[in-house]
Design a protein around this ligand. Structure first.
Ligand code: 8YV
Length: 323
């Protein structure tokens, strides 16, 4: 018995049903409550979890019988991994299959922001395509500029490749470890966080949200960035302080921002960022292509099936459960 917290792509459900599992899907177009999640989880052996509902000690204590929790995401910041490990519950996630789609979203936000795309689109819709003024509504070039990446894993690497190949951008990055492949193939250079801030023309975030990174892009950080800098975040909204970002954009401390993730989500429709010409916002659609969502659903199902059989999950966040 399996419970999914969203209506999942058939690609995942078919795999589960082919294995003989009974799948119950949350059908409503709203996030289920903590109590509803616990109630449904108690009736099942494994859950396929999508959305921001927390897997914390309270949940794990109530549902310690679960054989597996399979996330429909690469990010797992909503999960208390140490607590899950303590309860010997393996957590699956969906890395790799969404790397290109997410990097494409970062790439499109970079271009959309540099060329004020959404602003110009809105101008036409408002009937403001009138007199040609060669000095108005100007964007900025991207070719030959420096791309800085915070968190050069699989998604960051794809973004770096797009930027290098399309615009000949120099790539610098800040990461815990070294990314030798990116250094060799793209000439990427590892720098300190302060150097990343000071040298990037475009700074794109591709890191997991950890306690260390919570709100790391704040007034202090924006103040160290170039005035022409474009800030891109397709990772998690919690990595930037949104009030500080808004102020930095209003004051011209940095030039622009492209966000696929906000804090909070969903973003309020009256948010000041939505009226800024140098800002592009998307509603967390990084992985939202048909092919990628099917691949994520299939991988989440494969993780779930393995967990229900008591086998190792192919993509496990806490392999220490097997130790
Ligand atoms: C998901 C994501 O769409 O993978 C992630 O971490 O943020 C997105 O791909 C989202 O988490 C829905 O589960």
């Amino acid at each position: 018995r399996v419970f999914t917290t969203r209506k999942m792509p058939r690609a995942g459900i078919d795999l589960l049903e082919a294995e003989g599992h009974t799948v119950t899907q949350w059908q409503e177009n709203r996030e289920l409550t903590e109590a509803e999640l616990i109630a449904h989880s108690k009736e099942t052996d494994g859950i396929l979890l999508s959305g921001r509902r927390k897997v914390d000690t309270a949940f794990l204590e109530a549902c310690s019988h679960l054989k597996v929790i399979s996330l429909f995401s690469v990010g797992y910041d909503n999960v208390d991994v140490a607590a899950a490990t303590k309860y010997k519950i393996p957590i699956g996630h969906t890395p790799d299959v969404l790397s290109k789609a997410t990097a494409e979203t970062a790439f499109l936000l970079m271009i959309a922001t540099a060329r004020k795309t959404f602003y110009h689109h809105k101008r036409i819709a408002k009937g403001e395509w009138d007199f040609f003024d060669p000095t108005a509504g100007l964007g900025q070039d991207l070719h030959g500029k420096t791309l800085g990446i915070l968190g050069l894993g699989n998604i960051g690497f794809e973004m770096a490749k797009y930027c290098k190949n399309a615009y000949g951008m120099d790539v610098i990055y800040h990461n815990r470890g070294n990314n030798e492949q990116a250094e060799k193939e793209l000439g990427a250079k590892k720098v300190s966080f302060d150097e990343l801030l000071a040298q990037s023309d475009v700074l794109s975030v591709h890191a997991n949200l950890t306690n260390e990174l919570k709100g790391i892009f704040n007034t202090g950080a924006f103040g160290k960035m170039k005035r022409n800098a474009i800030f891109i975040n397709t990772a998690r909204g919690g990595i930037h302080n949104e009030e500080d970002l808004t102020r930095a954009l209003e004051n011209g401390t940095i030039w622009g921002a492209g966000l696929d993730v906000t804090n909070p989500e969903p973003m309020d429709k009256n948010n000041a960022l939505l009226d800024m010409p140098n800002v592009s916002v998307l509603p967390h659609i990084g992985s939202a292509t048909k092919e990628t969502r099917d691949a994520m659903a299939a991988l989440a199902a494969v993780n779930l099936i393995a967990g229900l059989k008591g086998e190792k999950l192919p993509k496990c966040v806490n392999p220490e459960v097997y130790g």
